[in-house]
Design a protein around this ligand. Structure first.
Ligand code: MN
Length: 233
């Protein structure tokens, strides 16, 4: 399914011409956080995550860049050993599917400052970059919280920027088939001021996401494949 210049592959966007894979909020460590709060979950989020990436990379083939739209890690005060491990594991997977000169770009989410010391390790130098925003050929990527929109206002309004791509909102929709209601992750393709704006759903498998309070645009639902649901009324 095409959304603007991208292919929507499962919950990610793929920019074929530039071989860039775009990934929404990962929230590594989210299940640990819930476990600590007394919610019992089988600890399978990482396995599930790796399985989904496997299927996605089968479709994209080798990529040149991976853009993570922030909130790579779920807030937990600090970073837990488990989350280090999960992050390393994921980077290893990414490396397998990246060109030798390939890069991972993380645009900072609410909780990602804590990644700084990890990303700055020698073994990641020149490989993983932590940025406030990232722009390629008229497309501006950033996390997408309210402060970002204020902070990057001038950049967003820059004539060269034609399209913005963010995460942060974790968009999802409830769909009722007459018998049961189920929630699905979705992309929202709308506008911010005069710029086209795509919101990428959260990646993490444990939860679909949040309702689309106030968000307007065309909805692309992620299920067995991606479906164009047209404009929201
Ligand atoms: Mn998030």
């Amino acid at each position: 399914m095409k959304i603007e210049r991208f292919d929507a592959i499962d919950r990610c966007l793929f920019w074929k011409e530039n071989k860039i894979l775009i990934i929404g909020d990962l929230h590594l460590g989210y299940e640990n956080y819930l476990n600590e709060r007394g919610w019992v979950f089988p600890k399978t989020q990482m396995e599930e995550t790796l399985k989904i990436f496997d299927a996605i990379f089968k479709k994209t083939g080798r990529v040149k860049k991976i853009v993570l739209l922030g909130d790579v890690k779920h807030y937990f005060g600090g970073i837990l050993k488990k989350e280090f491990e999960d992050f390393y594991k994921l980077v290893e997977i990414f490396k397998k599917h990246l060109y030798k000169s390939g890069r991972i770009v993380i645009v900072k989410g609410n909780h990602d400052n804590i990644l700084e010391p990890i990303v700055n390790k020698d073994k990641f130098r020149g490989r993983i970059f932590l940025k406030d925003f990232y722009d390629v050929e008229g497309v501006l990527f950033f996390h997408g919280n309210k402060r970002d929109f204020e902070k990057f206002q001038r950049k967003i309004e820059d004539k060269k920027i034609k399209l913005i791509v963010t995460g942060h909102f974790h968009p999802a929709v409830k769909i009722n088939d007459g018998e049961k209601q189920e929630k699905f992750k979705c992309f929202v393709f709308g506008k911010y001021k005069k710029k086209k704006w795509i919101i990428v759903p959260s990646f993490f498998p444990l939860e679909a996401g949040s309702d689309l309070f106030g968000l307007k645009g065309r909805i692309f639902v992620v299920a067995d494949k991606v479906y164009d649901f047209g404009k929201m009324k």
